[in-house]
Design a binder for this molecule. Structure first.
Ligand code: WT7
Length: 635
């Protein structure tokens, strides 16, 4: 019996139990029946969370692009693989068939090879949401180059940090990008970044906005002429199951961004399997995930998962607010979208603009509504369910992470009864555990604790690029023999999970994972700043927004505070990107500290959230008097 497509709740429980009792047999069957391999594995799983070391399908040989493209040619050659919807609603949408995708990926792969890229080389992709982004990603995979996609909203400093961390040999970019009625000078950002990246030999530039840009002799090349003269055939490089497929950076609570490494076979199997089930994708459905390919959501559920299932996946270049806040619904109507996957922050932003812009469009094609990136609050859940879904399209509130590669806890639509704000049940093969602070597992229902996973699943990240020690410390040291997610969660009386939010210093702003440390580092670069601390506070659209407490050096105190605030936000924009700007900045004479000198962010978080009644005991602080003062001047 094939367990590939779960269709009712009983079947879910049955398959789930099997996946837990005999994980190796279970995943072996899925891998065997639904993918093409150059050679099958010798061993399904080898793991040791104490090292940590995780290997799936060892000995197997494959190329993920043969699974995502080649194998569909015979039966789906003319089917649309990627449906590109441009920023400008008046520009024609582009349907890229599987056959065309095959040719374009091969041409791109040949260009990479002609420019010296070999298996194992790292290629940084800093491209807006245009077809070239997906195609470049797949072209790397075709020849075994490790792609490192950097979200094209990151600043030049953030870009150069990521390029240098993984020694990228090449950068693929565009002359610029469209975003609503603005254009962004991407190539200029790349030029700035490369001032401090000596590893980059070649920059390939796609033409998108036709701007007049600087091309550095010997380094920069226009992409299109190279593609035009490249062959449409490119043999796929045969990869080992555990060869790295890509690196994707995510913020940590401290230090520089972590380059999460995902490998080939397990990632493919898990993203394909979750895509099929979590979205109940059926042949001829049109699926749309609004994320950017620069995030894991886009990697797994715009590119690899959908294509591995021969799906039609929409790639949208623009913004939900352009030309107005009805754009998403306009696109759903236009392309008859069946599965729609977005973030709570987008839902809240759209809900602010009433229901007219939704009601204006025919949304009857919708069958599944997905949510990802942060907890979805009750109000947003109901708006999504009632106004967008008209109560007939189940919401899948899917919890997962860059590190997990694929969806971990989610309802399966039409299978799992939904419950507002609950991600509900673990996906097939996933074994969550809730832990108390002393390291004991909380058994049974109606408990709340720290969310861990106690058994490997195929798409777990295998390491942090260049820093296995940090991988071990971050994910496998808090609780013995368990992967620690950094999130808190509760399990209700029927075993449904609700994610309660981060328990570390990561703040999720508009669904973007931001570490406090890099933002504080950026602020502290300002010559007038002595010290700073960033916390999150509730925000009706962004979920959380950033509140910064800043103490100034004596020389800085006489300066105009409004100007200083602007300068601080400019610095953050330059160092990280506009997404990390502070909503509120309070200048204070000091920051509450423990006797060992650690900033008590817990107290600052409560003040920023107006939660003044339970600040806890402040008397043990080094400087308890500062708390009163901060409260008095609170914004
Ligand atoms: C963190 C991971 C996974 C793709 C996007 C984010 C939070 C994610 C949910 C959800 C509550 C969620 C968690 C997680 N998160 N999905 N459905 N409910 N919280 O990937 O940038 O790696 O962030 O996002 O806190 O740890 P990411």
């Amino acid at each position: 019996m094939s367990n590939y497509h779960i269709k009712h709740l009983e079947e879910y429980y049955q398959v789930y139990r099997k996946s837990i009792r005999e994980p190796e047999n279970f995943w072996e069957e899925i891998a065997e029946e639904h993918f093409i391999w150059r050679k099958k594995w010798d061993k399904v799983l080898e793991w040791d969370f104490s090292k940590p070391e995780i290997k799936w399908f060892q000995g197997a040989k494959l190329n993920i692009t043969e699974n995502c493209i080649d194998r569909h040619l015979a039966t789906r050659g003319d089917k649309t693989a990627i449906l590109f919807e441009p920023n400008n609603p008046n520009e024609k949408a582009e349907h890229i068939s599987y056959k065309k995708l095959y040719e374009r990926v091969n041409q791109f792969a040949n260009v990479l090879k002609e420019n010296g890229i070999q298996k194992g080389d790292r290629v940084c992709i800093y491209v807006p949401m245009i077809p070239e982004l997906a195609i470049a990603t797949l072209a790397c995979a075709r020849i075994g180059a490790i792609h490192s996609v950097v979200f094209a909203g990151f600043s030049s400093t953030a870009l150069s940090t990521r390029i240098n961390d993984s020694d990228c040999k090449m950068v693929i970019t565009a002359d610029g990008s469209f975003r609503g009625n603005k254009t962004i000078d991407l190539k200029g950002i790349v030029d700035d970044a490369l001032e401090s990246c000596s590893c980059v030999e070649t920059v390939l530039v796609a033409k998108r906005i036709n701007s007049d840009i600087n091309m550095k002799e010997g380094r920069d090349k226009w992409l299109q002429p190279l593609l035009d003269s490249a062959s449409k055939q490119c043999k796929a490089t045969v990869m080992d199951a555990e060869d790295p497929l890509f690196i994707l950076y995510t913020s940590g609570s401290t230090g520089k961004p972590k380059g999460m490494v995902h490998t080939t076979a397990g990632y493919m199997v898990y993203t394909a399997y979750t895509f099929k089930n979590a979205f109940q994708y059926k042949e001829n459905d049109v699926y749309w995930c609004t994320a950017d390919i620069g995030w894991i959501t886009g990697h797994s559920y715009i590119v690899y998962g959908p294509l591995a299932n021969g799906a039609t996946t929409v790639l949208f270049e623009g913004a939900p607010s352009y030309p107005d806040f009805g754009r998403f619904w306009n696109i759903v109507e236009k392309h008859k979208v069946n599965q729609f996957y977005t973030a709570p922050t987008a839902i809240r932003a759209l809900a602010k603009h009433g229901t007219e812009l939704v009601d204006k469009y025919d949304l009857s094609s919708l069958k599944v509504l997905g949510s990802v990136g942060e907890p979805i609050n009750e109000e947003a859940w109901h708006w999504y369910n009632d106004i967008v879904g008209k109560g007939k399209s189940p919401i899948i509130d899917s919890w997962w992470q860059t590190e997990t590669g694929g969806i971990m806890i989610t309802p399966i639509p039409y299978v799992t009864p939904t419950k507002p704000t609950y991600a509900t049940l673990p996906f097939i093969g996933i074994q969550p555990a809730l832990m108390d602070e002393t390291g004991n597992e909380l058994k049974g229902n109606q408990v709340e604790g720290r969310l861990c996973i106690k058994y490997p699943w195929p798409s777990i990240a295998r390491t942090i690029w260049g820093n296995h020690q940090r991988y071990k410390e971050t994910y496998f040291s808090a609780f013995e023999n368990k992967y620690f997610t950094g999130d808190g969660a509760l399990r209700d009386e029927v075993g449904y999970y609700r994610i309660t939010g981060r328990v570390d210093d990561v703040i999720i702003v508009s669904g973007h994972n931001l570490g406090t440390a890099p933002i504080e580092d950026a602020i502290n670069e300002h010559p007038a700043v002595a010290e700073s601390a960033i916390v999150g506070f509730p925000h009706d659209v962004k979920g959380s927004a950033l509140y910064g407490y800043i103490t100034l050096k004596e020389t800085g105190e006489s300066r105009n505070h409004d100007n200083l605030k602007k300068e601080v936000n400019q610095l953050i924009s330059d160092r990280i990107g506009p997404i990390a700007k502070l909503d509120k900045i309070q200048f204070t004479e000091g920051l509450p500290k423990t006797r060992s000198g650690k900033i008590m962010r817990r107290i600052l978080r409560k003040i920023a959230s107006n939660d003044l009644n339970n600040l806890g005991d402040v008397s043990t602080l080094l400087n308890p008097e500062i708390v009163e003062n901060i409260i008095k001047n609170k914004l």
